[in-house]
Design a protein around this ligand. Structure first.
Ligand code: B12
Length: 322
């Protein structure tokens, strides 16, 4: 809620509330209790906030109340028909839910030896399987330990197929992908970084909870063509904004395009501009194209008006259709 208030994002708050209402329901909390909760929020907070914030708060809570009637926008899971991956995704998920990591590896290795369809495995098997783990945890059908086991198996499978990423043809560009200091969700960033590697970029995946000072020192040394930052939780947006501001203060990184991604941006793409990023995109399939267009925008801007740069990033629209 605080991040939604800070960034004035009703979409972020309604996504949060529709998510929370699922968790609450599976914990036996009824909708009228959530409504009471919001009413008390309104009553309590309005006496403690400035008039302009009160208005924003009012709008936020109104959208939130409306969101309680809606079901959260589903993320693609293995239960979502997605030919030709449906059976593969479901058999992979079944192996993961059984904790059968040998079978999980075999299913992916067999498919890859027949198709070499690495991109399909990442975005149409591993990602929906992870989303399904989240959905089952959310409705109380999976314990945190079982979700951790499933996630660990997927991380092992990703490590097992990493060797297939390396291409002979390099494109002479580099990409650093990281999660900020409070963000523990790094599989999304790892998959995005893999897509850059597949396209011949030199990539550096720094993973979860990367301390800001270390991230900035690494970026100053590497001076990558593009930086990617991942955020899965709305509450991490203010820190992401501060991290991007810090990166832009570095003379060596003044013109380096920064692209972002993760669930909060899929809820409200305007947040990409509000955290100071150059652009955002919904998933790994569009990430390299997103980086290419950010680099093209950089080139045309510094060519047309070297003085103006880097004043304002160009497009905030998802650089590829959401
Ligand atoms: C695995 C997981 C964890 C693991 C993470 C392990 C790891 N090393 O990553 C652990 C157990 C640590 C974890 C912890 C928590 N989690 Co969690 N987690 C998940 C889960 C199940 C899967 C995420 C995943 O791996 N997805 C697969 C990847 C491939 O997809 P992705 O992340 O969406 O990334 C894609 C796009 O978003 C995009 N993208 C992402 N980043 C970037 C960056 C750039 C630059 C670009 C271009 C694109 C891009 O492209 C990616 C590839 O296509 C999700 C469920 C879900 N639906 O997301 C919950 C989920 C995100 N977690 C959730 C929660 C609540 C938590 C906790 C707060 C739980 C708790 N109480 O402790 C903690 C918070 C920890 C923290 N501080 O970050 C909620 C968040 C709900 C919300 N309100 O936002 C979710 C949605 C579960 C749920 N259904 O309720 N979690």
């Amino acid at each position: 809620m605080v991040a939604a208030l800070i960034f004035g994002s009703n979409a972020l708050f309604s996504r949060y509330l529709s998510w929370f209402s699922v968790i609450a329901r599976s914990a036996g909390i009824e909708e009228h209790q959530l409504r009471d909760h919001l009413r008390l929020y309104r009553l309590t907070l309005q006496d403690h906030v400035a008039p302009e914030t009160r208005l924003k708060l009012e709008q936020l809570i109104n959208t939130g109340e409306a969101a309680l009637n809606t079901t959260p926008k589903a993320v693609r899971c293995c239960s979502t028909p997605n030919p030709p991956y449906t059976d593969l995704c479901q058999s992979y998920l079944a192996a993961v839910l059984d904790g059968d990591k040998q079978l999980a590896h075999e299913i992916i290795e067999t498919y890859l030896s027949e198709t070499a369809d690495l991109r399909g495995v990442y975005t149409h098997v591993l990602q929906p399987a992870q989303n399904e783990l989240g959905r089952l945890w959310e409705i109380g059908k999976l314990t945190p330990a079982e979700e951790h086991l499933g996630t660990a198996i997927t991380q092992e499978v990703i490590s097992g197929i990493d060797h297939r990423l390396f291409r002979t043809t390099r494109v002479g560009k580099s990409f650093v992908g990281a999660c900020i200091d409070t963000e523990r969700h790094d599989i999304g960033m790892r998959v995005v970084t893999a897509f850059f590697e597949l396209d011949g970029w030199d990539t550096y995946f720094l993973g979860a909870t990367t301390p800001r000072s270390g991230l900035i020192e690494f970026l100053r040394n590497k001076q990558p063509s593009v930086v990617g930052l991942s955020c899965s939780l709305g509450r991490n947006l203010p820190l992401l904004k501060a991290t991007i501001a810090e990166i832009r203060k570095q003379p060596e990184l003044r013109t380096t395009p920064i692209i972002v991604g993760g669930a909060p941006f899929n809820a409200d793409s305007a947040l990409a501009e509000l955290v100071g990023a150059d652009s955002y995109t919904v998933d790994a399939d569009h990430a390299v194209l997103c980086a290419e267009s950010a680099l093209a925008a950089l080139a045309s801007r510094s060519a047309s008006n070297p003085e103006a740069w880097p004043s304002t990033p160009t497009s905030q629209e998802p650089c590829c259709p959401a």
